[in-house]
Design a protein around this ligand. Structure first.
Ligand SMILES: C[S@@+](CC[C@H](N)C(=O)[O-])C[C@H]1O[C@@H](n2cnc3c(N)ncnc32)[C@H](O)[C@@H]1O
Length: 269
């Protein structure tokens, strides 16, 4: 792994000592049995167990392994192939259980790091690909030295322009996937009495980046009952849905859904 990491406590460079990552300031972080390293000091946690829960991550894994979002992964790859160099150094922000991180590396080999604030996410992600370094860390204080990366991917995740610009090389890119206004609209219209369009276009960040691509995608999906339950569980809708509506969805045999998303590429100035 050629990407220089920095200590989340004091900012000094971290050296890989095999079973631990250590800095010259005396801070040391053990590699877990599964291979991930926890670089999220307790003082940066907003809760005991931040991020997606084990239940959500398991549902996400089942759903994604069913191939329903493979098209999304292909759109990200196509953007990466256009804007990132061969053998790129890539960071996947909010990597979850590692579906996209592993698929991207399989198609576009390079040095990959996946970061998630959820320890369970990093733990599960390790089983996808042992060649990827998965870290428990927060996107708002990346444990990565300046100007290290060719590409930062943020799939349905956070966009923090200043922090991503810091870790990218000049000419490196952010590939970002955000939901479009029609995304899963059929599901939302069952869950909510009123559905408001939710085109999550992030703030312009022209001082740091040039926008190289902004493309909308749309396709249809027919989900069977188990996949529908998993989709519900892996999204925040699960926590908001009323009991009667959940029961209704749990009894639905199949549902036709719109998948609608945007891929945006920002190139570091
Ligand atoms: C909607 S999920 C997307 C997961 C994955 N990119 C995918 O599409 O399958 C968002 C992920 O971001 C993680 N997350 C939330 N806040 C975070 C933060 N501040 N830093 C890093 N990860 C975070 C969550 O734990 C969750 O796994």
């Amino acid at each position: 792994m050629d990407i220089k990491l920095k200590c989340p406590v004091c900012g000094r460079e971290l050296s890989d000592m095999g079973k631990t990552l250590q800095c010259s300031g005396g801070h040391s972080f053990d590699r877990a049995r599964q291979g991930y390293v926890n670089l999220l000091p307790v003082q940066f946690k907003h809760s005991l167990d931040p991020g997606d829960t084990a239940e959500m991550l398991k549902a996400r894994r089942r759903f994604l392994d069913g191939g329903s979002y493979e098209t999304i992964c292909k759109s990200v790859l196509s953007a990466m192939k256009q804007y990132a160099p061969k053998n790129p150094r890539v960071l996947d922000i909010g990597c979850g259980e590692g579906y996209y991180t592993a698929k991207l590396r399989a198609d576009m080999p390079g040095d990959y790091i996946g970061i998630d604030i959820s320890k369970e996410g990093a733990r599960m992600a390790c089983s996808r690909d042992k060649g990827i370094l998965f870290l428990v860390a927060t996107a708002s204080r990346l444990p990565i030295a300046d100007s290290q990366l060719d590409c930062v991917c943020a799939m349905f995740s956070l966009l923090l322009p200043e922090e991503y610009a810091r870790v990218l090389k000049k000419g490196g890119c952010v590939v970002e996937v955000t939901v479009g206004s029609d995304h899963l609209r059929e599901l939302k219209s069952i869950i909510y009495d009123e559905v408001f369009p939710q085109d999550k276009h992030p703030a312009e960040c022209t001082e740091l980046f040039d926008e190289a691509l902004r493309q909308e995608y749309r396709y249809e999906l027919v989900l069977d009952n188990p996949s529908l339950r998993d989709l519900l569980m892996m999204t925040p809708h699960f926590w908001r849905i009323r009991k009667d509506k959940r029961e209704m969805l749990e009894a639905t045999d199949s549902l036709r859904l719109t998948v609608n998303y945007w891929v945006r590429v920002l190139v570091r100035k």
